[in-house]
Design a binder for this molecule. Structure first.
Ligand code: GDP
Length: 180
């Protein structure tokens, strides 16, 4: 039991193309990602030292099922909604549709995991694309307040705030663990 205590499953949710795989690759320290040829990996595990304590995160990279998802897609999506110890909901600041999807995902999570106080971090990725911005920082922040989650803007391209994001996940998990 003890040895499992510091392993946590973190599920990434969000529309296709918002940057989930890019964020998780940076987290995992994958150097040259060649996404073109093979099936991508879905889970990455890494031990982080945060505030002098080690915690292992198993990060699960997922996607939104298509409009007509296969049974397997549906199964995986539902599975992910059940198993996370924490959730990272990603949108792109250049894509308002993905911001709206993020709200829907938050609502779905609230339904599936009603009674649990699971940490959720709302992430506005692609913060480097300032000229294409469709969602302001204020909107992101306000959404996080309404949905009772943490908020951070990141850029996987510039590797900005990515470490901070995953350290934040660890801290949110610990806050809940320690208040039990
Ligand atoms: P996923 O479908 O959510 O996993 O998204 P990907 O990680 O595959 O990224 C989709 C596309 O957006 C790729 O071409 C990435 O290189 C690009 N991308 C991801 N993050 C960023 C970012 O922070 N800034 C910019 N400019 N492009 C990004």
């Amino acid at each position: 039991e003890d040895s499992w205590e510091s392993l946590y499953r973190v599920v990434l949710l969000g529309d296709p193309g918002v940057g989930k795989t890019s964020l998780v690759s940076l987290f995992a320290g994958v150097q040259d990602k060649d996404s073109s040829d093979q099936q991508r990996e879905d889970t990455y595990e890494r031990t982080l030292s945060v505030d002098g304590e080690e915690t292992t995160l198993m990060v699960i990279d997922t996607w939104e099922p298509d409009k007509r998802p296969s049974e397997e897609d549906n199964w995986f999506h539902n599975y992910c909604m059940q198993v996370g110890n924490a959730y990272v909901i990603v949108y792109s600041i250049t894509d308002r549709g993905s911001f709206e999807s993020a709200s829907e995902l938050r609502i779905q999570l609230r339904r599936t995991r009603q009674s649990e106080n699971i940490p959720i971090i709302l992430v506005g990725n692609k913060a480097d694309l300032v000229r294409c911005r469709e969602v302001s920082v204020e909107e992101g922040r306000a959404c996080a307040v309404v949905f009772d989650c943490k908020f951070i803007e990141t850029s996987a391209a510039l590797q900005h705030n990515v470490t901070e994001l995953f350290e934040g996940v660890v801290r949110q998990i610990r806050l809940r663990r320690d208040s039990k």
